[in-house]
Design a protein around this ligand. Structure first.
Ligand code: SME
Length: 165
């Protein structure tokens, strides 16, 4: 898929999310819907979903699409842990070169993870999209997922945050 096709894909995806997330104030509904839309739309995604902050420096799997993922990820492990710890997106073209990568799926080759915040600005989760293709994700994907995080934010004011870090 070339860059123009990717931009068009995410333009349509963000438009769909705007429409389906309008007025939603239930974080599970919002995350589940978002995972479903992204996974269906992104042809190179093998796993799409959320890890929620459930204790100080601990992530636990939330709504997702794809094969079974790791249930818990401490902040000091994996790409998801790095996104939570550093509170910034992680773009990993080759997971085999990422020190501490967690191989929940032996076929995973690349991934992008972005932090998810609630309306108060607290980190409540990370959004993880994995692929079986090497270098599947680039700056266009990362930027689009950051835009997804912004759209989700108003929907996450209820009970997504079970612990403040
Ligand atoms: N690849 C992730 C682990 C999560 S799953 O594979 C669904 C990581 O290293 O953070």
């Amino acid at each position: 898929m070339d860059s123009d096709q990717k931009r068009e894909l995410f333009r349509q995806t963000l438009r769909e999310l705007d429409s389906v997330l309008a007025g939603i104030d239930d974080s599970i509904t919002a995350m589940a819907t978002c995972a479903a839309v992204l996974h269906e739309r992104i042809p190179y995604a093998s796993w799409t979903g959320f890890y929620r902050v459930v204790a100080p420096r601990l992530l636990r799997v939330g709504p997702y699409q794809g094969g079974i993922g790791c249930l818990e990820i401490p902040f000091d492990r994996g790409v998801c842990g790095a996104a939570a710890r550093e509170r910034r997106p992680q773009l990993v073209p080759d997971v085999e070169l990422f020190l501490g990568h967690i191989a929940c799926d032996a076929a995973a080759r690349s991934e992008v993870v972005v932090p998810i915040y609630d309306p108060a600005g607290e980190l409540v989760a990370v959004l993880d999209v994995d692929s079986h293709e090497r270098s599947a994700f680039d700056a266009i994907d990362q930027e689009a997922l950051v835009a997804v995080a912004l759209r989700l934010r108003p929907c996450l004011g209820d009970n997504a945050r079970t612990w403040t870090v």
